[in-house]
Design a protein. Structure first.
Lengths: 428, 358
């Protein structure tokens, strides 16, 4: 039985290996499973942007793009299978889209010399490019997010959080635990009291956490949630009549899916973001013309302009720009993963570039270097308007408190380097 | 024609009670071992090792372990995921605390630690049975996962709560960490699988196994004929947890390399291993392997056929995969409620008569 199965599987695997394309990108997406509602818009945005480049510009630098999608269901084991099955196809960069899978791939991809771009998630200390040669997490990471949230609250309170209480409701996993250290350091600096409230996967049951919030009455509540946990948390906050404008989510807790179920009650809820919202950009006209009208939209094509679709689009845009940079650097239109890495490491996003791409003011300006794989740590706060049914940015992009974060990143990456036996240094 | 006892004369009791009494089976078994040991390491690549063979081998050990408890001793357990987590965290703590000791011994020791934990959670089995015991082991599952998430000592106070395996080698060949060769990890796991199956087979056909089966079939009758339920049940928990712990340790150190307890060792893992032994066959060594193969290879095979072969959308394929695997499970359980092992047995009976069934 098992020999027979194995033989058939071998045949299928051999038949499955795709033809070597000129520029291969992979999307480890999840359109199924407990986080599908969030995975679908991101995957659609990522795919649509590459389709647009193929249809409108004939790919990048004259080379057509092939996008291989692999379904992970947010499951680490399936993520490993996806990585192994696609890495032989010349994949230029991986977007694991899950903290668990990112942690898996950090050592593996480094050994295989394929870059990983964990945009706004994953291991924060990967910002130190001298230790994590192949891992990138620009333009912002969780510690930046935590710091920007506190900075925003400082601005709201005239520069002082002395004596305030701030609660953190977090997904009890590697992802949710990331900001705690930063928030503790910042609490020592700014004198607020931090209350941490873990929520176990998948987060449908949060009554006790919110009872605790009702009892302790924190002045502000931060949330590191994902998937159904966000919707439940916002609904619970509405139930205990927690003032929505004092409730701030990380960027993964700020999609339409999260606020719509709570209806009117969610009005005023805030979330961080590192890119702009809405579909009021020239590039969306092109997407309509070349992708949607041509019947080539990914998925059901009904996600365009949502917060997570824009994030997928932004991720694809950054990948395409890095590929362009790499093509210019190496004077070749076909790329290897190593060349792609060089492109990512020398990526520079300026306002002029974004305007050229039809995305004026879509994200912060930043540049990547060997020492800094994480960008400059700019993020903004968006607020939900329930009546209009849309997000809008209420602040400019603010920079994280790098005085606090840099030593933390230094310390954590040094610990990793010691553990993994890495000699810090630039790859080139 | 080829597959029959006739002409294969046994002249000693030892010969008569061997695992593969039919010559054809014996040869097939030796060929399989030879292929697995000598041929596969030369043709294996990263995809085959990491996506197919490692999970199959490791789940086979876990299924063997659970089969000892549930299939042979009749004690239902839903704590497999939690016990695998004990194995994984034990190996992590051992590997980081005693870096000079060979990883081979760390894995065995992790199994031993898991055996102790398993015995502790097996104590209620002396008082409660059946579904009630299942609930008690379910408590173990949730407690252990909570413990590894809650107490930072277990993950060496890392900021994210993830545990990552350090690089370790056997005879100078790396078997954990990112720089491993596919054949090395495969062979390392294969050794454990071979030893596990060999030990379980010999335990279950000896007096220990007979005691377990007596308890399974009717515990009061077993007690009357002189089987001590205390030692029989606790030894079943210990042996079972040992193998589950070894599987957990390999799962973490060789296969995944970095795990997070809630995601990797949640309740769904307990169910997965339980399904493996139910589909494969309760109380059967072959069944443990067949069940693990079915549950690990089927989804990969379907994914490769539907997405790779037919070019369907990934989400459609993923949904179909659930339906097809679910449908096949139902189909197998309806036509053969005792699992793939019983199907195999029927096939062998038929083969003995072939080509003249009358």
């Amino acid at each position: 039985m098992k020999m027979k199965l194995a033989t058939v599987a071998l045949g299928a695997a051999v038949a499955a290996s795709p033809a070597l394309a000129d520029l291969t990108f992979t999307a480890l997406s999840y359109r199924t499973g407990p986080y599908a509602a969030n995975g679908i818009p991101f995957a659609d945005g990522y795919a649509d942007y590459f389709t647009l480049l193929n249809e409108r510009d004939g790919g990048i630098g004259g080379e057509m793009i092939e996008l291989i999608e692999c379904e992970t269901g947010y499951n680490t084991e399936k993520g490993v299978e996806c990585y192994e099955s696609t890495k032989g196809s010349g994949a230029l960069v991986y977007q694991p889209l899950s903290t668990g899978i990112t942690y898996q791939l950090i050592p593996k991809a480094t050994a295989d010399e394929i870059p990983v771009h964990s945009m706004g998630y994953g291991r924060t200390s990967a910002k130190n490019g001298e230790v994590f040669n192949y891992i990138f997490n620009y333009p912002a990471n969780y510690w930046d997010g935590a710091s920007v949230a506190i900075k925003y609250l400082l601005n709201e309170n005239g520069g002082s959080l002395e004596g305030k209480k701030i609660a953190l409701v977090y997904h009890n996993s590697a992802y949710g635990k990331e900001p705690i250290r930063t928030l503790e350091e910042l609490s020592a600096k700014h004198g607020y009291e931090l209350i941490t409230l873990p929520v176990d996967h998948p987060g449908q049951e949060q009554k006790s956490q919110w009872l605790q919030i009702r009892r302790d009455k924190p002045d502000y509540t931060l949330m590191w949630g994902w998937g159904v946990m966000n919707q439940v948390a916002i609904q619970e906050a509405v139930n205990i009549r927690y003032p929505m404008e004092n409730f701030i989510g990380i960027w993964w807790s700020g999609s339409e899916n999260d606020v719509l179920p709570a209806g009117e009650g969610a009005n005023g809820y805030k979330a961080l973001t590192f890119h702009n919202v809405g579909s009021d950009y020239p590039v969306f006209d092109d997407i309509q013309q070349y992708v949607v009208d041509a019947g080539k939209a990914a998925g059901a094509g009904d996600q365009i302009g949502t917060a997570l679709y824009n994030r997928g689009l932004y991720a694809a845009m950054l990948a395409a720009e890095a590929a362009k940079t790499a093509q210019e650097m190496h004077g070749t239109s076909t790329l290897t993963p190593q060349q792609m890495r060089d492109g990512m490491e020398n990526l520079e996003i300026t306002e002029a570039k974004m305007t050229d791409l039809g995305l004026p003011g879509f994200g912060p300006e930043f540049s990547v270097s060997c020492q800094n794989h994480g960008g400059d740590g700019y993020a903004a706060v968006a607020q939900w308007d329930a009546a209009a049914g849309e997000w809008s940015l209420i602040t400019d992009y603010m920079q994280a408190d790098l005085d606090v974060l840099s030593p933390l990143i230094e310390e954590d990456s040094a610990a990793f380097a010691a553990e993994a036996g890495i000699e810090p240094g630039c790859a080139m | 024609m080829l597959y029959r006892e006739a002409g294969d004369f046994k002249t000693s009791y030892r010969d008569d009670s061997q695992t593969f009494p039919i010559k054809f089976d014996r040869i097939a078994y030796y060929v399989l071992i030879a292929v697995a040991l000598i041929v596969v390491p030369f043709v294996i690549n990263d995809y085959w090792a990491n996506a197919v063979l490692l999970p199959f081998l490791i789940y086979a050990i876990a299924a063997l372990g659970l089969n000892v408890l549930t299939g042979y001793a009749g004690q239902v357990s839903l704590g497999t995921g939690g016990f695998m987590a004990v194995g994984a965290y034990a190996s992590y703590k051992l590997m980081t605390s005693f870096p000079d000791v060979n990883i081979f011994f760390h894995i065995i020791l992790s199994g031993g630690i898991t055996a102790l934990v398993g015995m502790l959670f097996g104590l209620p089995s002396l008082r409660i049975k059946g579904f009630y015991l299942a609930v008690a082991t379910l408590a173990a599952q949730f407690f252990l996962v909570w413990l590894f998430n809650r107490v930072p000592w277990f993950y060496n106070y890392s900021a994210s709560g993830q545990i990552s395996v350090p690089e370790r080698a056997v005879f100078g060949i790396k078997v954990t960490g990112p720089q491993t060769e596919a054949w090395a990890t495969y062979l390392f796991c294969l050794v454990f699988v071979f030893l596990s199956a060999w030990i379980v087979r010999n335990l279950t056909r000896g007096s220990t196994g007979r005691k377990w089966m007596a308890i399974r079939d009717m515990d009061i009758a077993a007690e009357i004929i002189g089987v001590n339920p205390l030692t029989a049940k606790l030894s079943a928990f210990a042996v079972s947890s040992f193998f589950v712990g070894v599987a957990g340790a390999l799962f973490f150190s060789v296969y995944l390399g970095a795990v997070e307890v809630g995601e990797a060792f949640g309740i769904q893992k307990s169910f997965l291993v339980l399904f493996m032994i139910i589909i494969g066959g309760l109380g059967s060594i072959f069944g443990s392997f067949a069940g693990a193969a079915f549950m690990v290879l089927m989804p990969v095979l379907l994914k490769n056929t539907l997405v790779g072969g037919l070019g369907w959308a990934t989400d459609l394929a993923a949904h179909l995969e659930f339906m097809i695997v679910g449908g096949l499970i139902l189909f197998f359980l309806i036509v053969e409620p005792h699992g793939l092992a019983a199907l195999w047995k029927v096939m062998k009976e038929k083969l003995r008569l072939w080509p003249f069934p009358h």
